[in-house]
Write a protein that binds this ligand. Structure first.
Ligand SMILES: [Zn+2]
Ligand SMILES: [Zn+2]
Length: 253
């Protein structure tokens, strides 16, 4: 499986402002930056976009992306999210003011987008990968996603504070190779992390100890202003198998 966290800074750097992963170039997890890929053919290859929750760093360029790839005709992008998130997208983004209502404007013969509601623990298969949504513990209802191609499984807990069910779900997944886990805040802001449903460098170590198996832990979602401090604090914990994400790098897992 090929996984890439898209760069979201100008020029590209290790700073991460927005969230979107590509899986095998055809499935996107979150739409923070997919509308910014300079190679439009890469945007056109993305046919299925899973949205974990409605926070702006995860949906920011969804309208731009749908505009970029629209081709008159019945073929269109599929956006998959919980019913609640789909309602937010329709009411707050594609509402005819912030952006045209691509959802109501879509007809079977000429569509901008089609939406599919996903449910916790109900696997759904798209473009050769099976994706299982598993709730995590964030400030708003959020679905972590487990992506499995039959040989390798990779986990995307998305934004989360300390959580339980997600790790229980992964415990029996023998094919699990990597987890892209957030570490949003440094130790000094641990209280803010708790308040907002994120991990700090204090709770990060607790979380990875909940999964009793050897996987690659790839750290994502460091708040840009604290990214260096977070990196130093994680380093000082001396954890094995923990590495910082490299935006724009393709992980072959
Ligand atoms: Zn969030
Ligand atoms: Zn986020």
């Amino acid at each position: 499986m090929r996984i890439e966290l898209l760069s979201s800074s100008i020029p590209p750097s290790d700073l991460q402002f927005l969230v979107s992963f590509l899986v095998n170039d055809e499935v996107a997890i979150d739409a923070g930056a997919i509308g910014l890929m300079a190679d439009l053919r890469r945007q056109q290859r993305v046919k299925h976009v899973f949205i974990t929750h409605e926070h702006l760093d995860h949906v920011a360029t969804l309208p731009i992306f749908l505009e970029n790839v629209y081709d008159p005709g019945p073929e269109c992008v599929e956006v998959l999210a919980s019913r609640e998130v789909l309602d937010f997208l329709h009411g707050d983004m594609f509402n005819g003011r912030v952006w045209p209502d691509f959802i109501d404007l879509s007809r079977p013969s000429d569509a901008f987008v089609r939406t599919t509601a996903i449910e916790p623990l109900q696997p759904i298969t798209r473009a050769g990968v099976t994706i299982t949504p598993v709730p995590v513990s964030h400030g708003v209802a959020t679905l972590g996603l487990v992506v499995d191609d039959g040989r390798t499984a990779v986990a995307f807990p998305s934004d989360t504070g300390p959580t339980e069910n997600f790790w229980r779900h992964l415990a029996s997944l023998d094919r699990l190779k990597a987890v892209f886990l957030e570490a949003s805040f440094p130790r000094a802001l641990a209280d803010l992390a708790t308040l907002t449903g994120h991990l700090s460098t204090v709770t990060f170590a607790d979380e990875i100890s909940k999964l009793q198996r050897q996987v690659r832990w790839i750290v994502v979602h460091r708040k840009a202003r604290h990214a260096e401090v977070i990196a130093r604090e994680l380093e000082s914990l001396g954890l094995t198998n923990v590495e910082l994400i490299r935006p724009g790098h393709v992980y072959e897992l």
